[in-house]
Design a protein around this ligand. Structure first.
Ligand code: PLP
Length: 393
């Protein structure tokens, strides 16, 4: 029955969700599943966290929505907090990661000239599916049929410093990158690559845009993953876990970049509403508390996954940064995702051959053990044909 009236654009798992609690989801028959992808990184505190539910209910009883014709304390407080943790100076709120990227692109466009309009992005990068963000997305299968011709974009391989040096010049308007490529298969960028990107853009008078939609807000063990390299971009975007599942994206600017979007240059009906902003303030307080524990949680999970790799040759490589894990397989991942689901574990496959885990920040050691136990069962007997090239080409 499901899907009859819906656009057939998603390749969904055979799972209809009724509810969730902690790291578990419950389907319509009452069966529980351990969820290690948690809304593709959105539910950083799992399902129905009592702190989130409490502020949600309280705010719903006060005010769900006001327009941006007026102000409210939650938007102001959230902007202040995001600026404090990012090192940037001003925030604009929208409804998704894609939109947050579109706003960044508008700012870049506003300072482009015919002599300086070229963008640089990464092969395998993902920045959204609307026309601007898609143009920057370095995945040919997603671009095919949809990208408007004309945008001048140079795509280079992640971590190829020579290509980065060659790509950035006086005609570069901006470089956009995910400090850890997520949809592309979990590729952390090297510190030196990020530092080069910052130095070269600065020297060339170009902007650096950090897409932190998947890797930001504590997931790697820092508030923002660019902070591992000790750099500050001109613009950063964030979304996914920001409002615990309510649609909210943020574009963060330096004071200089913020000048590019003066009054009337951009806006959003829903962006920055009181409900989402109030919940996001609570999420950021919760991230403050959990952040010091993320590296240890990440190491505990990684240890267990490395044990799994030693027992199963079908795992060729584990790439991770904090609580982002990519298990590079030598066989397609989707059958394994389906098999894991049958055993009560929900994980995801990206790029055909990468099992992706984005566990919530509340994951326990017992839940890590259970994940690895079920993955071990489904990997047993998986074949070990050669995997495709490890680095996105
Ligand atoms: N940027 C990155 C790095 C993402 O991972 C995503 C979504 O997966 C987006 C942008 C787009 O965000 P949204 O789906 O909220 O529009």
């Amino acid at each position: 029955m499901y899907g009859q009236f819906l656009l057939a654009n998603y390749d969904r798992c055979p799972l209809a969700i009724e509810s969730g609690d902690g790291c578990h989801i419950v389907d319509e028959t009452g069966r529980r599943y351990l969820d290690m992808i948690t809304g593709i990184g959105v539910n950083a505190f799992g399902y129905c966290h009592p702190r989130i539910t409490a502020v949600l209910i309280d705010q719903a009883q006060r005010c769900l929505h006001t327009s941006n014709l007026v102000s409210h304390q939650h938007q102001q407080r959230l902007a202040e907090k995001l600026c404090a943790i990012s090192g940037l100076n001003r925030a604009f709120f929208s409804n998704s990661g894609t939109e947050a990227m579109e706003v960044a692109l508008k700012a870049v466009r506003a300072r482009s000239t015919p002599e300086r309009s070229r963008l640089v992005a990464l092969r395998g990068g993902f920045h959204g599916r609307t026309m601007g963000s898609l143009a920057l997305t370095g995945q040919p299968d997603l671009r095919q049929n949809f990208v408007f011709p004309g945008a001048d974009i140079t795509f280079i391989a992640p971590n190829d410093r020579a290509a980065l040096h060659a790509a950035i010049g006086p005609d570069t308007a901006a470089v956009a990158l995910e400090p850890v490529l997520g949809e592309g298969g979990i590729y952390p960028l090297d510190i030196e690559f990020l530092q080069d990107a910052r130095q070269l853009t600065q020297a060339a008078g170009a902007y650096l845009i950090a897409d932190e939609v998947q890797c930001g807000l504590g997931r790697t063990g820092k508030y923002f993953a660019y902070q591992w390299a000790g750099i500050l971009p001109d613009i950063a975007i964030t979304a996914k876990p920001l409002a615990a599942g309510l649609p909210l994206g943020a574009t963060l600017f330096t004071e200089d970049a913020a000048q590019l979007l003066p009054p009337h240059s951009h806006g959003s009906t829903f962006g920055g509403g009181p409900l989402a902003c109030r919940v996001a303030c609570e999420v950021l307080d919760m991230i403050d508390e959990v952040l010091p524990r993320i590296p240890e949680l990440a190491a505990q999970f990684r240890d267990r996954l490395e044990g799994l790799m030693r027992r199963h040759a079908v795992i060729r490589e584990i790439r991770s940064k904090g609580l982002m894990f990519g298990l590079q397989l030598s066989q397609p991942g989707r059958p394994l995702v389906d098999a894991a689901l049958k055993k009560g574990l929900f994980v995801n496959c990206t790029q055909g051959y990468v099992l992706r885990l984005l566990p919530p920040y509340i994951v326990t050691e017992a839940e890590m053990d259970e994940t690895v136990r079920i993955l071990g069962e489904v990997l047993r007997g998986a074949d070990t044909r050669a995997s495709p090239a490890i680095v996105p080409q």
